[in-house]
Ligand binder design. Structure first.
Ligand SMILES: [Zn+2]
Length: 278
């Protein structure tokens, strides 16, 4: 993805960076430890690596540089989503778009939807209208996908922003209310439709940043929808309803809805709730 010359969004908040005058090596702090324990409690993941804090020094300097890069990248990608949705809302929906904040954090942080850690994976919290992205996520992407994974990372940001779009349109609260009155399987089915719609909306974003895409980027995005899709993202903390927490469409469904958004560019084409077949 060609981001040179793209502006940086001002809506990015960096938290928990390890620079900040050398005080950063003291571990997580009480709040951090409580958050980690809470995360472990809710998700059943092994939190001890987070608590031990061993062997971090060597990584510390790298992470700071990587944090800065991740933040710049995120701010540029977020700016593209602001431009795209800033046009589409008035054009297709007859209303103004209010962009979300994006919190880029290392270690742990709090959201209105509960605690978040590197194990959380990226998520969107409707309660504070912020998307959360841990810097570890970028490392994981790089390891899994090699240096060419930048568009995949951008796609994930676009997907979280798509949940914000759903929130702006009142879809998240509606579905959430429906989900509360549903059986588990019904609720899961609703979540799948929500996720596939977000993939379709991400496709609309991708169509509108075509000029920034390089050869192979579309495949990267589709691959991301499969590989680093919600299977990895569902380990997040907190109990408040979040789109990723439950279940997701199949790889084929995710790719095809993304493609649908990409081909049409129309929000109206992304109505997964009206679709008989997904
Ligand atoms: Zn999602």
């Amino acid at each position: 993805m060609r981001l040179r010359g793209i502006r940086r969004s001002k809506n990015v908040e960096l938290r928990g960076g390890r620079g900040g005058g050398g005080g950063g090596k003291g571990g997580l702090g009480l709040v951090g430890v409580l958050a980690v324990l809470a995360i472990g409690y809710f998700t059943g993941i092994d939190v001890s690596p987070l608590l031990n804090g061993g062997g971090q020094t060597q990584q510390g300097t790298q992470v700071t540089e990587a944090d800065a890069q991740a933040t710049q990248f995120s701010a540029q990608v977020l700016a593209t989503t602001e431009d795209v949705w800033g046009n589409i809302f008035p054009d297709q929906l007859g209303r103004d778009y209010v962009p979300p904040k994006l919190v880029v954090f290392s270690n742990v942080t709090q959201s209105a939807c509960g605690g978040a850690s590197g194990a959380s994976g990226p998520f969107y919290c409707p309660a504070d209208e912020k998307a959360y992205l841990d810097t570890q996520f970028f490392n994981m992407l790089a390891q899994r996908m090699g240096a060419g994974g930048d568009f995949a990372a951008a796609y994930v940001i676009a997907h979280e922003v798509a949940h914000h779009v759903q929130n702006q349109l009142g879809i998240l609260p509606q579905v959430d209310a429906l989900r509360r009155q549903s059986s588990t399987s019904e609720a899961n089915a609703l979540t799948v439709r929500l996720e596939l719609m977000a993939d379709c909306l991400s496709g609309i974003w991708a169509k509108n940043v075509k000029g920034l895409m390089e050869r192979g980027d579309l495949d990267e995005a589709l691959n991301a929808a499969r590989k680093i899709g919600d299977d990895y993202l569902q380990k997040q903390a907190g109990r408040a309803p979040q789109p990723h927490t439950f279940t997701h469409g199949t790889s084929a469904q995710r790719s095809s809805w993304f493609q649908r958004g990409f081909d049409s560019g129309q929000v109206g084409q992304c109505d997964t709730f009206a679709a008989e077949r997904l």
